[in-house]
Design a protein around this ligand. Structure first.
Ligand code: TYD
Length: 208
């Protein structure tokens, strides 16, 4: 089963992902965790180009293509082989991040992005996408108060991050069977319980 975690900055994905993975292991499954951009040696190099604070001249189209390059490598090198080996794959961000950030955030045409995403992923879609939804100001504040590295992309204006959040909610509404929206403003342990329940429910309704 292929599960992705999505959400705006400071939504807690990166903290929750290993905890959710640990829980799925206790259910007896082999779990692989990964993240975007990055997740492979080539992808990690692309990641440092994307997030590097000195790359302020980066154009939105350049950024999009770099995200897709990292993703294509991750899908072929890690995700597909792991799924084929019967593993659970848990990914911190995936194609929906492009629709939310580059589409809703930067206003690039959804139709073009969807074509690019099909190309980059070879059509591989998650079985379940968990959206950790949090107020933009709260998320950015968490981020600045030591919730991880502060990178070039975090520095976009608050209005940008607000469009990203609304974009995520619109994507979730479009495909309610794949997405689950979780209120991530609550204490982490409560959020984790919801994530665990979502996975259990999905396992009960589908064989892995
Ligand atoms: P990262 O440090 O991984 O942030 P987070 O902990 O919030 O996931 O940086 C990833 C950044 O890249 C984040 O700002 C979202 C952005 N992003 C896109 O804009 N498009 C994409 O397709 C992906 C995968 C990420």
């Amino acid at each position: 089963m292929f599960i992705t975690l999505e959400g705006p900055e400071g939504s807690g994905k990166t903290t929750q992902l290993p905890r959710l993975a640990e829980y799925i292991r206790t259910l007896g499954y082999d779990v692989l965790t990964t993240r975007e951009p990055g997740g492979t040696p080539i992808g990690d190099q692309i990641r440092s180009v994307i997030t590097g604070m000195k790359n302020t001249a980066m154009q939105p189209r350049t950024e999009i293509l770099l995200f897709q390059a990292s993703r294509a490598q991750l899908v072929e090198e890690v995700i597909r082989p792991s799924l084929a080996a019967g593993k659970f794959v848990l990914c911190d961000r995936y194609a929906d991040s492009t629709l939310a950030y580059q589409g809703y955030g930067h206003g690039l045409p959804q139709e073009d992005l969807r074509w690019l995403l099909r190309f980059a992923t070879g059509g591989l879609k998650p079985d379940l996408t968990l959206l950790l939804d949090v107020d933009v100001e709260v998320g950015l504040q968490r981020r600045q108060q030591g919730g991880g590295e502060w990178n070039r992309l975090d520095a976009y204006a608050v209005a940008f991050h607000q469009r990203v959040r609304q974009g995520y909610l619109a994507l979730a509404a479009e495909e309610p069977n794949r997405w689950l929206v979780i209120d991530a403003s609550r204490p982490q342990d409560e959020v984790l319980l919801d994530l665990q329940r979502a996975v259990r429910d999905r396992l009960n309704s589908k064989s892995v």
